[in-house]
Design a protein around this ligand. Structure first.
Ligand code: HEC
Length: 446
């Protein structure tokens, strides 16, 4: 509750905007890390640079590094910052303050990655083997290091450790997560290349069957590590808080279904990868394409699970999705009692605009609490506490959630127990009058 002014996205909610930009970015970022690892593997497989199949693969990866990793990857990365700063200002501020040095380190890694990427792209065919192998190696290391830094910050959001930035970064879920993301990166890059090898216009072969096989050998050699998903997944599970585990294993049906999808698709990819590896098979474009699709769906659904099992928190267990810090709950309740309404509480947070500190900081300047109807006030309470997860009549619509709220007693019971009956919601903060305001607003929806 500090995101003033509130920016509402009708029908899909701000959260979904963040999620979609983030999904595209995660796919590209994983693919980038994977291309780094594959680049090094391919360079090692063709020291004299005469295998045109491998050289075409390296050319393709070079182009994709410049256009996909550096251009689209960077744009979507900035897109995430932009969207989270609008829709989750509190958590964004918290993460920037806590990890300012680590963000700096990550941006430095990215800058180095760009320099090495361009050096490699423009000079590869001119350089001796040792030099291009070295550049490919450095590119691999720096892209992977970016992943390591970011994964630590994501790990903090899952299993926060309220110590120093470094110890928080190293919170329990960080380590298995680095393993999971590394393997997912390798798989994505391998499967993209596996599709491309089958498309004639991308490859110049001197001796097609031999050279195609050598590219496949490198791909299969990397892709077989996908079986490590299972042990890393189990390790990750062991680090999660109990509530997160219950969501993923039954108590939340959508989250459990996505988790099952992830597991099932990973098994299909693993079995096919091992089959191709052991039998030295060249997979045709249809199979490679289906596997790539499965890998993309798996990556997206894993992100959905990671997002879902953190609820009601955005930073577990520190900040709720609606921006309220858990440690401030008592202070909020005390202030609500004193001021009679949550809309009249002075901000607990220092970054509220100064003129707002005199009270009613959740309302726009021109509105006065005392002149507003209950329905109008209810709408502001909804915006400040519920709209991070609910829209009015679109995705996860409040309109549908409040069926049965014509009965005021029933509605009051639901609100009072919001966080108990549905533990993925934060507790409601407000006085009895606020409850009545919110209920009045909700009643206008159906
Ligand atoms: C952290 C995200 C989040 C926040 C914040 C949140 N909700 Fe929810 N809420 C959910 C989810 C997820 C569901 C479940 C949807 C489902 O089961 O289909 C839900 C369901 C509900 C339901 C239906 C409960 C039931 O028993 O079926 C009601 C009512 C509701 N929310 C009201 C609210 C109100 C009022 C607020 C603000 C005070 C709020 N929610 C804040 C995520 C949230």
């Amino acid at each position: 509750m500090g995101n003033y002014p509130f920016i509402q996205v009708p029908l899909i909610s701000g959260g979904m905007i963040i999620a979609h930009i983030a999904l595209v970015h995660v796919l590209l970022a994983h693919y980038s890390v994977g291309t780094g690892i594959l680049l090094f593997g391919l360079e090692k497989a063709d020291p004299d640079g005469k295998n045109e199949g491998i050289q075409s693969a390296l050319d393709l990866l070079g182009v994709s590094i410049i256009y996909i990793n550096f251009v689209i990857g960077a744009i979507t990365g900035v897109g995430i910052w932009f969207s989270i700063s609008i829709f989750s200002a509190d958590a964004t501020q918290f993460l920037i303050q806590k990890f300012v040095w680590l963000w700096g380190v990550e941006w430095t890694f990215f800058a180095v990655e760009i320099i090495i990427g361009y050096l490699y792209y423009y000079n590869r065919r001119l350089l001796p083997y040792k030099a291009r192998k070295k550049l490919a190696f450095l590119y691999m290391v720096f892209t992977w290091l970016s992943l390591v830094v970011i994964t630590g910050i994501l790990g903090f959001m899952m299993t926060a450790n309220e110590g120093s930035a470094i110890s928080s970064w190293a919170s329990a879920s960080t380590w298995p997560s680095i393993g999971l993301r590394t393997i997912s990166s390798i798989s994505l890059a391998c499967l993209v290349l596996m599709v491309l090898v089958n498309i004639k216009i991308f490859f110049n072969f001197n001796n097609e069957s031999h050279e195609k096989r050598s590219v496949f050998q490198v791909i299969d050699g990397h892709l077989r590590w996908v079986f490590l998903m299972l042990p890393f997944g189990l390790w990750y599970r062991a680090t999660l808080p109990a509530t997160s585990i219950t969501y993923a294993e039954g108590s939340s049906i959508p989250i459990s279904m996505f988790l099952m999808l992830t597991g099932f698709f990973s098994v299909i990819i693993t079995v096919t990868a091992w089959y191709a590896y052991l039998h030295k098979r060249i997979l045709q474009i249809e199979i490679a394409g289906v596997l790539l699709l499965l890998a993309i769906v798996t990556t997206c659904s894993t992100e959905f699970v990671r997002e879902g099992i953190r609820k009601p928190y955005i930073i577990q267990p520190v900040i709720y999705s609606n921006g309220i810090r858990k440690k401030d709950l008592n202070e909020w309740q005390k202030q609500v009692k004193l001021n009679k309404s949550v809309l009249l509480v002075n901000s607990l947070y220092p970054y509220t605009p100064k003129h707002k500190e005199a009270g009613q900081w959740l309302l726009p300047d021109k509105l006065n609490y005392y002149n507003m109807t209950r329905v109008e006030r209810g709408k502001y309470i909804f915006q400040s506490q519920c709209s991070n997860c609910h829209t009015i009549n679109g995705f996860n619509a409040l309109k549908h959630a409040v069926r049965g709220w014509e009965d005021k007693n029933f509605a009051e019971g639901v609100l009072r127990n919001l966080h108990i009956s549905k533990p993925f919601m934060p507790p409601f903060i407000g006085s009895e009058s606020d409850q009545a305001d919110l209920i009045n607003f909700a009643q206008t929806l159906n």
